[in-house]
Every structure is written in C-alpha cells, then in structure tokens.
Design a protein around this ligand. Structure first.
Ligand code: ATR
Length: 269
C-alpha cells in the first residue's frame, strides 16, 4: 500500500489524514496516511525513517518543520524557493522533490469564493512563512498590485526586494491609507492566538473578499472586523487547507480530487 504522512509538532489536531483519505476514496485508492510528530531534535531522523520505507511515496510538512523540510529536498518548485519552505515532498526515481502548495491552495480557494484575482489590488498582512508561500501563486494569478504590510516592515520590504517586480510593493501605515484593496488577506499568526494585527490604517470599503488563512468553527476576529468595516464577503482558511492538500494529492497520484464535498464535510464537524 502506498504510504503518506504529515510531519508537524503539535500534530494531533491535523486534518490532513482525514482529507487525504477522502480524496483517496473518491478515486478508489487504498492508502495509508499517518501523523508523525517528532521532537524538535528528531525531525530529520523521523523523516529519513519514513522515506526509507519502499512504500513511502510522499509527505506533507507543517509547522515548525517547513524550513527544515526544504533542506531535505533534492529539487524545489518556484513557490517553495521563494517561500523558503516546503509543505509537500514526493519521492520519484529516488529523488525527493519539494513543493510549496500553500499558495496554490489559497488562490484556488479565493476562486472558490467566486472572486477573480486577475487585475485586482491585493493586500497581504503579515510577512512570515505563510505570506511568503502565497506570493508567487498570487503573482502568477495576474494580480494588478500585490501589497505587503507587516508589524515589522523590514520583513515586508525584504520579500519585495527578493521578488523584484514593480507591482509587488511593501506598504507602511501612511501607504496603506491610500491603498484601496479589492482583496485583503490575513497571513499573520495572530488569529491562532485569538488576536488581531493592527488594522487601523486599512480600509475595507472597497474590499470584495477578506480572507483569513487561519480557520475556526466561528468567523475569526479578522473576518468579523472586515465585515463590520464594509468588506463584501469574508472567508477563513479551511478551504485553503483542503485545496493545498488537493494540489499535493495531484502531485503524488496524478489525480484531481474534488474539494467541495471535502470542505463541506469538514465544515459540518
Ligand atoms: P508563519 O509561518 O505562520 O507565517 P511566522 O514566520 O512566525 O509564521 O510569521 C508570523 C507573522 O505573523 C509575521 O508577519 C508576524 O509579524 P512580525 O514579522 O512583526 O513578527 C505576524 N504576527 C504574529 N502575531 C502578530 C500580532 N499579534 N500582530 C501583528 N502581526 C503578528
């Protein structure tokens, strides 16, 4: 049986095994997909042990190991390179291919909301690993301007310097006041701690979609704030989670899973 796994710590809460088993059922595939939660000093060992098994095909990697997973890959796709992080590995011809499918998942789920990205003004709040993973796929989707703001502005500027295209800009507080974003994405880890980043200088009046990469049973604080401030719609990151998994599943199996029934099923839990 083909073997898959997700590495992270903590990992008990991970929905990845459930999601991938649902995808496999859609295609009548029998797979094993386990959660592996190594201690900080044991990731590389646990990783090597998993891939030493001849049945091991691929794995996902989540916090805090995405950067270290990149070091394990023989090749990287463009998104992984820019992100400095790998969330999907695929063993092919004894080579480990590294990918970052988080941004592909974000773009797919924004489209699931019926929102077009082409020619839009997009603002990303946050400049950590989650933001980095999103940059390349958002640019590929043809956004007009991709603005990045962050509590620590130097990190936003650093990303823009690396990307080095004129329509990717870092915006500080004064800059934010005159930027009417169509789509505003919260990539900060603030929601995970039930906090809001500083949103004082951000206008939601023209915002057709406020997207929080975090997800929870109830609308996140960011979603609530955005709606109150005039955003037309808001969404959390559950769909992104399922879409990034779908992209990984396709890399591993060549098959396209249906994501909508999986998102709906997880939403009901
Ligand atoms: P991740 O991989 O989840 O992106 P990260 O690389 O640690 O994690 O980045 C976390 C991001 O959330 C950063 O942009 C961080 O801002 P700083 O660069 O200034 O640290 C942002 N962040 C976390 N908590 C925040 C808060 N309470 N308010 C605003 N930004 C916050």
């Amino acid at each position: 049986m083909n073997k898959f796994a997700v590495f992270g710590n903590p990992i008990a809460h991970s929905l990845s095994p459930t999601i991938h088993q649902m995808f496999a059922e859609q295609h009548n595939l029998s797979i094993s997909y386990e959660k592996i939660g190594p201690d900080d000093n044991d990731f590389e060992n646990a990783f090597a042990t998993f891939f030493n098994d001849a049945d091991a095909v691929g794995c996902n990697v989540t916090a805090p190991f995405k950067g270290r997973a990149l070091q394990q890959a023989d090749t990287l796709n463009k998104a992984a390179e820019l992100a400095g992080a790998v969330n999907t590995l695929y063993k092919k011809d004894s080579q480990l291919q590294g990918f970052n499918t988080d941004g592909i998942g974000l773009v797919a789920d924004i489209q699931n909301q019926g929102v077009e990205l082409a020619d839009k003004k997009v603002l990303i709040i946050g400049a950590g690993g989650a933001a980095r993973g999103a940059i390349h796929p958002l640019l590929e989707a043809g956004v007009e301007t991709l603005a990045i703001t962050n509590r620590t502005m130097a990190r936003a500027s650093q990303i823009c310097d690396e990307v080095n295209v004129s329509h990717c800009i870092a915006l500080d507080k004064p800059g934010l006041m005159s930027f009417d974003a169509d789509i505003i994405i919260n990539s900060t880890s603030a929601s995970l701690h039930n906090q809001l980043p500083d949103l004082q200088h951000i206008s939601f009046i023209h915002c057709e979609l406020a997207y929080d990469m975090a997800y929870s049973k109830d609308p996140t604080l960011f979603m609530q704030h955005a709606k109150k401030q005039g955003a037309t719609q808001s969404a959390d990151g559950l769909g992104m989670l399922v879409e990034q998994a779908a992209a990984a599943f396709t890399i591993w199996t060549g098959k396209l899973p249906q994501t909508r029934p999986v998102i709906e099923s997880l939403r009901k839990r």
